[in-house]
Design a protein around this ligand. Structure first.
Ligand SMILES: O=C([O-])CC(=O)C(=O)O
Length: 167
């Protein structure tokens, strides 16, 4: 499916700011082969610990987008090349990280879409702390499991339901 976040915003202006459709702040870098991706969100809330990220990406993604609230930490990476390959292998559409990634060249070779605040060469700790499938806040925008994510070169949208995209 092709879509344009700009066209979605124009066609759904009445929904913006109502809690039905929101735009994430323009704070992300793009990685991965898929510049555009969309799908229902799965959510994680972790802090400098990526054990739950791996555990989630190990399960078939079925076109979902993993949204990771990493507390905007710029002190280590939550996703790297191995997790990118795992996500591709398991059919995840993409990963949105409110935090950092690493192995950017490897991530760019993965057939998924990735958004992250920055790159960081250091890996995270592996304690296994965090929460899954809860409502998170990314740049002040709430994202709940099952919300629909639309990301392209112009931005990242969060919709409470799948939008009807007219060609
Ligand atoms: O395993 C990690 O901590 C993240 C990483 O580097 C990878 O996914 O390759």
């Amino acid at each position: 499916m092709t879509f344009s976040t700009c066209d979605i915003c124009d066609a759904n202006e009445d929904k913006l700011g109502t809690g039905i459709l929101a735009v994430l702040p323009p704070m992300f870098l793009a990685f991965g082969k898929q510049q555009s991706f969309s799908g229902p969100a799965r959510t994680l809330k972790v802090f400098e610990d990526n054990v739950l990220v791996r555990a989630t990406l190990e399960v078939p993604g079925e076109g979902q987008v993993l949204v990771i609230d990493g507390g905007a930490s710029l002190r280590c990476a939550l996703v790297g090349g191995n997790l990118g390959m795992l996500a591709e292998k398991n059919g995840w559409a993409g990963i949105v990280v409110n935090g950092c990634v690493r192995d950017s060249a490897e991530l760019n070779a993965c057939n998924i879409g990735v958004r992250a605040l920055a790159t960081h060469p250091q890996r995270s700790v592996r304690k296994g702390l965090g929460e899954r499938d809860i409502r998170v806040s990314i740049g002040g925008v709430a994202v709940a499991p099952g919300d629909w994510i639309y990301a392209d070169a112009d931005g990242v949208l969060v919709a409470r339901e799948k939008l009807v995209i007219s060609p």
